[in-house]
Design a protein around this ligand. Sequence first.
Ligand SMILES: NC(=O)c1ccc[n+]([C@@H]2O[C@H](COP(=O)([O-])OP(=O)(O)OC[C@H]3O[C@@H](n4cnc5c(N)ncnc54)[C@H](O)[C@@H]3O)[C@@H](O)[C@H]2O)c1
Length: 353
Amino acid sequence: MTTGICVVGAGFWATSMHLPAFAQLEDAEVRCVVAASEESARRTAERFGIPRWSTDLAQAIAAPDIDLVDIVAPPFLHSEAVLLAAAAGKDAICIKPLGRSVGEAQGMLDAVEQAGTRLFYAENVPFIPAVQEAKRLVDAGHIGRVFRVRASEGIGKPHSDWFFDPALSGGGAVLDMAVHSIEFCRYFADSPVASVYAETGTFVWGDRTPAEDTAVLTMRFASGAIGQCDDSWSLTGAMDSRFEIIGTEGRILIDNLYRQPLQVVSAMGSALAPQGWSFPLPIPGLVADGHLDMLAHFLTARREGTPSRSEGAVGLEVLRVVDAALGSARTGVRVEVNAAGKHNQNHHEGAIA
Ligand SMILES: NC(=O)c1ccc[n+]([C@@H]2O[C@H](COP(=O)([O-])OP(=O)(O)OC[C@H]3O[C@@H](n4cnc5c(N)ncnc54)[C@H](O)[C@@H]3O)[C@@H](O)[C@H]2O)c1
């Protein structure tokens, strides 16, 4: 069964990850792409061989040949697009962060529940092949009982202006970057976050944004395990992506930058070695960062009516931790995570088959 897809967004992430991934998935057919400008929508449609393009979100989503809406646009559009999809009876995939706030995300889940449609939360980290292998090892007991987890996701600079405007993006490094690390820690702690303490600061981009560009979070899970997240927009020069799981009988380090045998950082920039990290023997990020496996998993879950490890509720849980972390950064005290409510469930089902 082919799934007719409308991709909302034609920027960096849609064109470098989701559209190339759908092009590789046999049961996926992107039938429309939506962007803010006609020029960008048309160019993207031509580049990926998509039959329709639009700047009219509601009309594009409502088209009868669209089964699934993949939202890869900035956060200010996430809720609107999910609500339109639900109203049209269409399932949706929403890229991280699920919304700009807990309230916005809760509204999205309520709309989906009322409509009887599905919402998947596109957080790629649990789908990274190395993370999946680590999950299999942990679940098989290879490192004993997990009592500490830590994650680091950092970049030097957000690539679009909207990231710097909290009204559009929803926030800074906690909402944009720590969401990845929080979900990694939740995946391996396999327990709800009970409380969080956060230190944040704006060290590099203070002339562009009132939001934090640097965040360090310490979490305590209900199980007693400790999680640490170190996330930023302040790693000048090149990104970082590292994860660690520590158990009573061993530990696992996943350095997602060291995923390839040859790695180069160049500040000069050339055709052979562009600026920042480059990997002259490439395993595409599409594969190494789990995006292909994530989207394939969503299509399968939708087709077969099976639960996903990354339902929309996961995105809401992550936002509850974000909210508590921002409260802690403001007040200087540890904040309990408000985990009450029907969506306070982990959807962990071990390694993804
Ligand atoms: N690892 C990851 O999962 C990852 C990495 C990067 C970005 N992202 C997320 O992807 C999303 C998009 O980020 P990006 O980097 O592609 O941004 P971008 O600035 O490169 O592109 C934004 C796109 O949204 C479109 N858009 C803006 N307003 C619109 C409107 N009113 N109607 C229709 N389209 C509109 C623009 O035309 C553009 O194509 C964000 O939520 C971001 O956090 C996720």
